[in-house]
Design a protein around this ligand. Structure first.
Ligand code: HEM
Length: 313
């Protein structure tokens, strides 16, 4: 994947990586966000209707090998799984289309995002960094959410800890444009829903859990039975805003099934593979184009810059 030569975008990407490290600490060789993770593998089988929406190859093949990384939020490598800041959880899915050819979905467990742009997200992180416990109220972060309704809505969205990574639902948030064989366009947002059903813990039950409960559970679960998710597309209506992750689409938007992910084992050499793997929020596959959401190009640059540093650490 290419690194863009837009100097402003690169400078913003570097500033964001530095801000994550200022808040969470710098850990060479580890992701500055979604630091604690685990890799599993399996396959994706498309649903019958998927190829009528997109001509992407994994919607036409009988099955495609996948690698999935589940993660906790924050750049703290050993964040306890029952720490409230470990939400939202992350999922990154890599579809292996051929020798060194792949396309990814990167999603998290809250349906939304606090800011429309990366510049605003940097301001949000700066406000968080300047609001250490003991800072007189209104703290910079209180002032930020007070003047940014989308950030307030995101902060106030309940984020309960899941019973398992396999009982959590995940949202792609940034829209993609599907193109089918006839060239017809449909904007969509991914949703990844657990076949085991959504299951979350209340605060008391979360506090009683062990620091590694989710990672221990998923490793045990996959050894005893396959773990399945449905990949779905929420379809944008014609009037829907498709370039702003803070704007929700109509609650009654049509949701269609794109296929199933079935995970059957852990990835051998997990630490080395996590270090090497760089997920890409831009699909870079025929049949799925990124929308004009400004977060996409920025995140692609950030994950690549950060991933290259991680590989060489
Ligand atoms: C301005 C917006 C964003 C910034 C600055 C940002 C920043 C980051 C960074 C620095 C990483 C570590 C990348 C690496 O070292 O490989 C990361 C990973 C991740 N982000 Fe974001 N992110 C943003 C938006 C989002 C959104 C909208 C989502 C979900 C829809 C998301 C989900 C994830 C996930 C799941 C990972 C872990 C990927 C993996 O397993 O390798 N991020 N993000």
């Amino acid at each position: 994947m290419p690194l863009p030569n837009d100097e402003k975008l690169i400078a913003l990407s570097e500033a964001l990586i530095e801000k994550f490290q200022a808040i969470f600490g710098a850990y060479p060789g580890i992701r500055p966000a979604h630091a604690k993770g685990i890799l599993l593998k399996g396959e994706f089988t498309p649903a019958a209707g998927a190829s009528t929406l997109s001509r992407a190859p994994h919607f036409a093949s009988a099955s495609t090998p996948v690698t999935v990384r589940f993660s906790n939020s924050t750049g703290v490598p050993l964040i306890p799984d029952n720490d409230p800041n470990a939400n939202p959880r992350g999922i990154a899915v890599r579809f292996h289309l051929g020798e060194r050819v792949h396309t990814d979905i990167v999603a998290h467990s809250t349906d939304g995002f606090p800011t429309h742009t990366g510049e605003e997200f940097l301001e949000f992180l700066q406000a968080i960094a300047a609001s250490a416990p003991g800072t007189p109220s209104p703290t910079p972060v209180e002032a930020f959410v007070g003047s940014h309704p989308a950030a307030l809505a995101f902060v106030q969205t309940p984020k309960p800890a899941p019973v398992s990574f396999a009982t959590e639902g995940y949202f792609g948030v940034t829209a993609m444009e599907f193109l089918n064989a006839e060239g017809a366009s449909q904007f969509i947002r991914y949703q990844i829903s657990p076949e085991a059903g959504l299951d979350h813990l209340n605060d008391e039950a979360t506090k009683a859990k062990e620091a590694n409960y989710l990672f221990d559970e998923i490793a045990t679960r996959v050894k005893s039975a396959p773990i399945a998710f449905k990949v779905k597309a929420q379809l944008a209506g014609v009037a829907e805003v498709v370039d702003d992750a803070t704007i929700h689409w109509a609650a009654d938007s049509k949701i269609v099934d794109l296929g199933s992910i079935t995970l059957t084992s852990l990835v051998e050499d997990d630490a080395a593979e996590q270090k090497h793997t760089i997920f890409d929020p831009i699909p870079r596959v025929d049949g799925i184009e990124p929308s004009n959401d400004p977060l996409l190009e920025l995140r692609a640059a950030i994950y690549l810059i950060s991933g290259r540093r991680r590989r060489s650490a």
